[in-house]
Design a protein around this ligand. Structure first.
Ligand SMILES: NC(=O)c1ccc[n+]([C@@H]2O[C@H](COP(=O)([O-])OP(=O)(O)OC[C@H]3O[C@@H](n4cnc5c(N)ncnc54)[C@H](OP(=O)(O)O)[C@@H]3O)[C@@H](O)[C@H]2O)c1
Length: 338
């Protein structure tokens, strides 16, 4: 099979297209012909050698996210058969419950090989059926960004109709968070540094979009928009550069799901606003298979469609990474495997 690998993570040009022997499924594993994959911010910092969790394994096949069809199953597999349309879970060994070291050690496109390949072997317990109405390209958008947004809003935020949700920027996680918040009947305030994207966020149901470049004290704007109360749930993807303002933009007793580091890692955190405002601040790492399945049921029931910015051919994977790096995208950057 053909696959892209990262012999040493020194930038996008270190990606190499190589031939590897076709893999075969072991017991309780499925072999998937990957039809599409998608990129996340993590994939960019992985190829650039800046992923903080751990150095990727040598000759890593990158990308956590992919969808395709089952072509063979190993012994003992009961949930899948050849022909099924599936996606892999970000963590291959986290079917449910609380996260643990074994789950973290099974993260695709980092700790273990990922989906930027023609074929992939997945754990039966780390695989889900795709929502019926989605294409492979749309399905490939789900495993990291969508499950993360679902975890933040539903599991951590306990979102309900009438809540106000703050989403930051127009990347993969934030757009899914906007879509899910609307699906639950919540109101959405978004931030964005791009005017044209702000219009698109409004068209998707954000009732206000604040430009974080021209309004650096956007937390005050959020306070005004919510009558001084603040939002119920903040989907925090900015990290060090946004967290202090997220504390102030979130209502007393509100919840903040700490997800990302778009403004870079490392900062001193002042605990006072957390204490004074009685905030619930919870970090998260994507989500488990049960969350993925619950999310897929909601996606199917509401015929929700992931927002795909651009689809690149398999051979042009490097261009997909460059597009992601440019931050011109709105939603997901996808690779079609043919
Ligand atoms: N903890 C987890 O399990 C987990 C899972 C998924 C992602 N993440 C993290 O979450 C973050 C987002 O991931 P992603 O894949 O959705 O990224 P992405 O698609 O690359 O998002 C990029 C977008 O973020 C926005 N942005 C950049 N700087 C910003 C700022 N200072 N304030 C607000 N928005 C800003 C920009 O939108 P505009 O152009 O509209 O401004 C940009 O286009 C990353 O740090 C990623 O590592 C963590």
């Amino acid at each position: 099979m053909k696959c892209h690998v990262i012999p040493a993570p020194k930038g996008i040009d270190s990606l190499a297209l190589v031939d590897r022997p076709d893999p075969a499924p072991g017991p309780r594993q499925v072999l998937v012909r990957v039809r599409a994959s998608s990129l996340n911010y993590r994939d960019l910092i992985t190829v650039e050698g800046n992923y903080a969790r751990a150095a990727p394994k040598p000759d890593l096949i990158p990308l956590s996210d992919g969808a395709g069809e089952v072509v063979a199953v190993g012994t003992g597999v009961t949930r899948f058969k050849p022909g099924d349309r599936v996606a892999g879970c970000f963590m291959q060994r986290w079917p449910g419950g609380a996260i643990d070291d074994a789950a973290i050690a099974s993260a695709m496109g980092g700790a273990i090989d990922g989906m930027l390949a023609e074929l992939a072997v997945l754990e039966e317990d780390g695989t889900v059926h795709l929502p019926k109405h989605l294409s492979f390209e749309q399905g490939a958008a789900l495993p990291c960004a969508a499950v993360t947004a679902w975890h933040a809003l539903v599991e951590i935020g306990g979102v309900k109709a009438g809540d106000v949700v703050l989403v930051q920027g127009s990347g993969g996680v934030s757009i899914f968070a906007l879509q899910f918040a609307r699906l639950f009947g919540a109101r959405v305030i978004a931030t964005s540094g791009a005017k044209a994207k702000a219009e698109r966020l409004k068209a998707m149901g954000a009732e206000a979009v604040i430009d974080y470049r021209t309004t650096p004290d956007w937390d005050q704007e959020v306070a005004k928009l919510t009558g001084g109360r603040g939002v119920d749930i903040t989907v925090e993807v900015g990290g060090a550069g946004t967290l202090p303002r997220s504390f102030l933009a979130t209502r007393i007793g509100g919840r903040i799901a700490v997800i990302g580091l778009l403004t870079g890692p490392g900062a001193q955190v002042d605990p006072m606003p957390i204490l004074r405002r009685n905030l619930g601040v919870q970090g998260l790492y994507v989500g488990n298979r049960q969350m993925f399945e619950a999310m897929n049921r909601a996606i199917e029931a509401h015929r929700l469609e992931p927002v795909i910015d651009k689809v690149f051919p398999f051979a042009a994977a490097k261009d997909a990474y460059r597009h992601m790096k440019s931050q011109q995208h709105f939603g997901k950057v996808v690779i079609a495997h043919g």
